[in-house]
Design a protein around this ligand. Structure first.
Ligand SMILES: Cc1cc2nc3c(=O)[nH]c(=O)nc-3n(C[C@H](O)[C@H](O)[C@H](O)COP(=O)(O)OP(=O)(O)OC[C@H]3O[C@@H](n4cnc5c(N)ncnc54)[C@H](O)[C@@H]3O)c2cc1C
Ligand SMILES: *[C@@H]1O[C@H](CO)[C@@H](O)[C@H](O)[C@H]1NC(C)=O
Ligand SMILES: *[C@@H]1O[C@H](CO)[C@@H](O)[C@H](O)[C@H]1NC(C)=O
Ligand SMILES: *[C@@H]1O[C@H](CO)[C@@H](O)[C@H](O)[C@H]1NC(C)=O
Length: 538
């Protein structure tokens, strides 16, 4: 349903009411998400606490933690500090969580005493200073909250962006990034100070300084140094950008100059359609503000219920019939040709490239009014994301092509089952201990030119045994890539198995230096996660 003009206002009202709710909440024990309301009283009333899963954005059946004993919802940094101080006293494991926008059960350990601090209501933005180029943001601030705040004041965070409904603190903690070889695209690259509540319950300020091991650990901490309570973040004057997209034949990428295609732009990526042997090639760059009056607004995830139901039944039948998967890849590819943008003022679809608009709206955007997301309508997915040195990009993509062809030779046609194809992203080198795009590592690979990320989302059927079409293929492909290439896992897009396989590629010297900082911040290991355990730093 189009709602011209009312849209921006209703978005604003939503955000405001979220603030209002938050300010009235006290730090009391909340039921873990994923537990029925009727169970809540049992959880809080009995002294013998029953643990329950804490779910990702995908909801029930998709645990971020398999068992937690409580979920706290503080509304200030002081309250976060108090909760950690109590946890220190009682030796209770604790993890911070933003929006749960991650995959797999890797947020916590499996210790059922674990507690969660949900940061959603700790979301003040203050000390805005465009001349100095910085602003203070609290743990629960999301990209779209900050973008709205900054846009109203003529500012932006540049390219340190991930997706709209995700916290900046959660993104910095886990090394999240956008796609660029030319500009810094790690969200952490935008952080000037990171304030962390350590394992004694004290708030520590870690200031950007590449010669300081505490900074190099805090820059991608995996939450192992403690909850990030707030950050001082870099800002720039707001600017407009264009977005353009072309379709390339598979050979043009697999045998092409991948670095040359991506590095000229402020941000650029590919989407791969392996059955059709095509790529979409998307790129963005700034333009003078007076280039166009158009205010384009991107949406990657907007769907109507009808569209979702159609996709769901086709995708579910693709669990059994490869023909459905071929049909859906063709459909998704066709839908992905025209701009996935609306005009922000009129909410009308924009039909031609390039698209112009304000940087956040064009680079990220959000949801169109009246639409939901895939996950709102029961479309669930898994993913796998590995980063490789961009100098080996052609070899990696050709190896994946060979894996697809090997299946085809057995009579099994593999496709992309995701609405925007297989996401091929890039990252400029950025130095810290645990980031996906760090360099000078003992593997001897040349990471200094940046990395290519192979991000392979796939549909998880909601029928039968729930396994994907040709399920073993996904696991075999991950193993092949990890065994044959230097690579690093994205910290929230991989299974425990992938971390176990991938640990051999991490630099033992950096792990050791990270662990030394971790032991100073959290000597009791209260902030431990399975990821920290698997890579040997917890
Ligand atoms: C639709 C979608 C699109 C995405 N797009 C991208 C992308 O383009 N690029 C990319 O790199 N990633 C992307 N991600 C992954 C996402 O950026 C990360 O999973 C991010 O960590 C999620 O942040 P969150 O606020 O939802 O945190 P949660 O999912 O709640 O937590 C994630 C992890 O961070 C820790 N954590 C959260 N908050 C804090 C804190 N304040 N202090 C310390 N630790 C904390 C948690 O303990 C947990 O281990 C995407 C995810 C989704 C669902
Ligand atoms: C943001 O994510 C949370 C958790 O998944 C969800 O409850 C909320 O509705 C989302 N908000 C928007 C604007 O999508
Ligand atoms: C935009 O502004 C610049 C500088 O003010 C001017 O030189 C240019 O002609 C303008 N372009 C358009 C298309 O109006
Ligand atoms: C990387 O290694 C080079 C050569 O050994 C050195 O000059 C440079 O300072 C190192 N960079 C970092 C960030 O450690």
């Amino acid at each position: 349903m189009a709602m011209p003009l009312g849209w921006a206002a209703s978005m604003m009202a939503m955000t405001l009411s979220a603030y209002a709710l938050g300010s009235h909440m006290s730090p009391e024990i909340q039921a873990p998400l994923g537990v029925e309301p009727s169970e809540w009283s049992k959880l809080t009333a009995t002294s013998e606490q029953k643990a329950a899963p804490y779910n990702t954005f995908d909801g029930e059946g998709f645990p971020a933690c398999n068992a937690v004993s409580a979920v706290y919802e503080p509304s200030s940094v002081d309250e976060m500090v108090q909760i950690v101080q109590q946890a220190v006293k009682s030796n209770t494991p604790v993890r911070a969580s933003g929006k749960g926008h991650m995959w797999y059960d890797t947020m916590c350990t499996d210790d059922p005493k674990t507690t969660i601090i949900r940061t959603e209501n700790v979301n003040d933005i203050y000390d805005f200073d465009l001349e100095a180029g910085s602003v203070m943001i609290e743990a629960g601030v999301t990209f779209f909250q900050l973008a709205e705040y900054l846009h109203a004041r003529g500012a932006s965070v540049g390219y340190a962006l991930v997706n709209w409904n995700i916290t900046l603190a959660g993104s910095v903690a886990m090394g999240a990034h956008r796609s660029s070889l030319r500009e810094d695209s790690m969200v952490a690259a935008g952080a000037l100070e990171i304030h962390i509540i350590d394992g004694s319950g004290s708030l520590r300020k870690v200031v950007r300084d590449e010669t300081d091991d505490e900074w190099l650990a805090a820059s991608t901490s995996l939450g192992l140094l403690g909850p990030i309570a707030r950050m001082k973040f870099r800002i720039f004057p707001d600017f407009k950008v264009y977005a353009k997209q072309e379709t390339l034949d598979e050979d043009e990428v697999l045998d092409g100059d991948i670095y040359g295609l991506i590095s000229p732009y402020a941000t650029a990526n590919f989407w791969w359609w392996p059955y059709l042997r095509k790529f979409h090639y998307r790129y963005y760059d700034p333009v003078p503000t007076n280039t166009s009056d158009q205010e384009g607004f991107q949406s990657t995830f907007s769907l109507t219920r009808t569209e979702a139901n159609t996709a769901l039944s086709l995708l579910n039948s693709g669990k059994y019939f490869a023909s459905s998967n071929r049909a859906i890849e063709r459909l998704f590819f066709t839908l992905w040709n025209p701009p996935n943008f609306h005009d922000k003022i009129t909410d009308k679809a924009i039909m031609t490239w390039p698209v112009y608009g304000w940087n956040y709206d064009v680079l990220i955007g959000g949801l169109y009014p009246g639409y939901g997301t895939e996950w709102d309508f029961g479309l669930r997915g898994y993913t796998l994301e590995l980063a490789f040195p961009v100098t080996q990009a052609n070899a990696v993509l050709k190896r994946v092509r060979q894996a697809f062809d090997d299946e085809a030779a057995k009579g099994i046609v593999m496709t992309s089952t995701y609405r925007s194809g297989i996401n091929i992203k890039f990252g400029k080198a950025y130095f810290d201990f645990l980031g996906q795009v760090t360099y000078n590592t003992s593997d001897g690979a040349d990471w200094s030119k940046g990395a290519m990320m192979f991000d392979f989302p796939s549909f998880k059927p909601s029928v039968g045994d729930g396994l994907r079409f040709n399920e073993p293929f996904y696991h075999a492909l991950a193993k092949t890539l990890i065994d044959e290439f230097p690579c690093r896992p994205h910290w929230t897009k991989n299974t425990r198995d992938v971390f176990r396989l991938g640990v051999k590629h991490l630099d033992p010297g950096y792990l050791k230096r990270f662990k030394a900082v971790r032991e100073r911040f959290d000597p009791k290991g209260l902030f431990m996660s399975v990821v920290g355990q698997i890579i040997g730093v917890s």
